[in-house]
Write a protein that binds this ligand. Structure first.
Ligand SMILES: NC(=O)c1ccc[n+]([C@@H]2O[C@H](COP(=O)([O-])OP(=O)(O)OC[C@H]3O[C@@H](n4cnc5c(N)ncnc54)[C@H](OP(=O)(O)O)[C@@H]3O)[C@@H](O)[C@H]2O)c1
Length: 250
């Protein structure tokens, strides 16, 4: 099913992990995808090459920009508009964690996580706002986390950033609605990426024991829901948070 033909999608932090999976899925459905990266240039170029080699599917370009740097994001927007014209879909995926118990958390660990996860979402959304507003049925999709809903030991900074995305998404849904565009959020559970690899094995075993479906998410579990939200099929869904967590809050 190719239902993203001629749609251009910017995915922040998409050289690897969940972002890359989203980019590949959208391209498989015909989209032009922008692989944004901060430091993973080789992985970004490999992602573009992989997508371009899928005969008959969408196309891809890689653009370096740190989401905390508004000038770099403006430059990215110029490059993308030159290459593809109008951007239809912005997916705020770039994220980091700096985990430690709250009593030990430094102001720097707090600020870094807020600046990338929530500040980066603010920056990219503001810079691509006109694109999403002007697109016919534009889409804003924010990648939050189950941790934003439930909290998690050692992640006060990350939980604060990820739950901040809920109110941000609902407000943007209201502000985009008069133009016919939507804003939604997904809240993945623990997903098999480098971010999860950084969690000690005994902690991971404890987490998986709390997941009713008994396994971590595959990247594809997240990407297919994002593809739905990015497509015209989700026209009447806005301001929602969609949980993809194997039943963790049951
Ligand atoms: N994995 C999970 O269990 C899980 C669960 C729920 C939610 N999430 C969320 O899903 C998103 C993706 O996570 P992931 O697991 O795929 O993480 P990951 O494998 O650690 O990848 C993180 C990505 O974010 C990019 N990034 C980090 N800081 C950036 C910045 N300042 N500017 C631009 N890009 C930046 C990285 O780019 P470079 O490599 O180029 O630096 C990388 O592509 C994050 O928002 C994360 O919070 C993950």
């Amino acid at each position: 099913m190719a239902n993203m033909d001629d749609r251009t999608c910017v995915i922040t932090g998409s050289a690897r992990g969940i972002g890359r999976g989203i980019a590949e899925t959208l391209a498989q459905h015909g989209a032009n995808v922008v692989i944004n990266y901060r430091s993973s240039e080789d992985a970004a170029l490999a992602a573009v090459e992989g997508i371009e080699s899928m005969v008959g599917e969408g196309s891809a370009m890689a653009v370096q920009a740190d989401v905390t740097d508004r000038d770099a994001l403006e430059e990215m927007r110029r490059k993308v508009n030159d290459e593809y014209g109008q951007v239809h879909v912005l997916i705020n995926n770039a994220g980091i964690n700096r985990d430690t118990r709250f009593v030990n958390m430094t102001p720097d660990e707090w600020t870094q996580v807020l600046e990338v996860n929530l500040g980066g979402t603010f920056n990219a959304t503001q810079i691509f706002f006109d694109d999403v507003w002007n697109a016919e049925e534009g889409r804003l999709i924010n990648i939050s986390s189950v941790v934003g809903k439930q909290g998690n030991f050692g992640q006060a900074n990350y939980a604060a950033a990820k739950s901040g995305m809920f109110g941000f998404t609902r407000t943007l849904a209201l502000e985009l609605a008069p133009g016919g565009s939507t804003a939604n959020c997904v809240a993945p559970g623990f997903t098999k990426t480098d971010m999860l690899e950084s969690v000690p094995e005994d902690v991971r075993e404890n987490i998986v024991a709390q997941i009713p479906l008994g396994r971590f998410a595959e990247i594809e579990d997240i990407a297919c829901v994002v593809r739905f939200l990015a497509s015209e099929e989700s026209s009447y869904v806005t301001g929602e948070v969609i949980d993809i967590n194997g039943g963790m809050d049951l």
